[in-house]
Design a protein around this ligand. Structure first.
Ligand SMILES: *Cc1c(COP(=O)(O)O)cnc(C)c1O
Length: 358
């Protein structure tokens, strides 16, 4: 007799002890979390690492890790009787807010930098029925606007950017899952840094697990910004951030001090990687491992590649790189980076043989 496994636990039930939930928090789920930790054998070999893993967050309901925090933020908004939510976004926060807002029956407003959002993310928000406002300004300007709109009491509305502490709380769950899957914490955790909420959330998650005695040690945190949008690396805000990695195209991160605290407390670092390095990692993880992530996600692997080649990561070290979002969101970059051209052929066996050179 094979015992049934039973239902897959919901993310918020599984980690309830570590989350700000009460008996009055409504149950809300689109099936977030429970994402794969994949051993990258071929890419690891290319980098000279035998224990390189990826936390594949693109398998979340809306295709990015944002769902982990959004489910908590929206459930808490419901708990206090909110009727609407608002956010600024480089794309994925808006896709996630639109989806969870729709599921919760809330009005959703998203404010975006015009022309700087990957097409898939924009369409996710529009199809889910969010009201999308595109401004002539960058993400940092959009965040300043929604913060002010949410603070005014003329229009009661909950801000669901990562400055909302419930977002960070929910995003801690990815660190828990990594420890649960490995049976320990990794030695190094590599992660892209944009608004810097996620690196702060992972550090808080590893810290919760260490304090609870579930893991012995916490990892060193390795954050990577795009070279054209690297305020933390430079030590000053960047007026006009530029990078192909639009999800981390942020010049003045809201969680700056939390991120540098995570870096310093863990003995880690926050460094820059160029767009060329990001795109190389983006192509390599797809062609060597079959994992299609978005450019911003590949910043974590680009950083690992760089440090490994410089001899700064030991061959046996347990490294987890967070792949934050799904490659399907950004078809324009995929099209520009796709290595192989389409081979045209007539509809016959011979014609197909011919173009294949068989
Ligand atoms: C939001 C996002 C990031 C950056 O996360 P922060 O918490 O803003 O640092 C990186 N990659 C993807 C795909 C994202 O959606």
């Amino acid at each position: 007799m094979i015992e049934p496994l039973g239902p897959r636990p919901r993310l918020l039930d599984r980690y309830r002890a570590f989350l700000p939930l009460t008996d009055a928090t409504p149950a809300l789920s689109l099936g977030e979390g429970g994402t794969p930790l994949v051993h990258l054998r071929r890419l690891g070999a290319a980098y000279g690492l035998v224990n390189l893993h990826a936390k594949v967050e693109g398998t979340n309901p809306t295709g990015s890790f944002k769902d982990r925090g959004m489910v908590v933020a929206v459930a808490k908004a419901l708990e206090v009787g909110a009727r609407s939510i608002i956010c600024a976004s480089t794309g994925n926060t808006s896709a996630s807010a639109a989806a969870y807002g729709a599921a919760a029956g809330l009005d959703v407003v998203v404010v975006l930098p015009k022309g700087a959002i990957a097409l898939g993310k924009l369409l996710q928000a529009l199809v889910a029925g969010a009201r999308v406002v595109a401004i002539d300004g960058n993400f940092d300007a959009a965040l300043a606007i929604v913060r002010e709109l949410a603070a005014g009491d003329d229009h009661p509305i909950t801000l669901v950017n990562s400055v909302n502490p419930h977002r960070i709380a929910g995003q801690k769950t990815a660190a828990f899952e990594i420890c649960d899957d490995l049976g320990r914490a990794p030695e190094l955790l590599a992660i892209p840094v944009g608004n810097a909420g996620n690196i702060s959330a992972y550090w808080a998650g590893f810290t919760d697990y260490a304090m609870a005695g579930i893991v012995e040690r916490r990892p060193r945190m390795l954050g990577f910004q795009a070279a054209g949008a690297a305020p933390i690396v430079r030590g000053a805000p960047v007026e006009q951030p530029e990078t192909v990695a639009t999800a981390i195209r942020i010049g003045n991160p809201a969680s700056w001090t939390l991120a540098t605290a995570a870096r310093d407390e863990s003995g880690g670092r926050i460094e820059a990687v160029t767009d060329d390095e990001i795109l190389a990692a983006y192509r390599d993880v797809a062609s060597l491992e079959g994992i299609f992530c978005e450019p911003s996600s590949a910043a974590s692997l680009a950083g690992v590649a760089k440090l490994a080649r410089a001899g700064e990561i030991e061959r046996e070290a347990f490294v987890v790189a967070v792949l934050t979002g799904n490659g399907l969101k950004d078809p324009a970059t995929a099209e520009a980076q796709a290595g192989a051209a389409i081979l045209d052929a007539g509809a016959s066996v011979d014609a197909v043989r011919r173009v294949l050179g068989w």
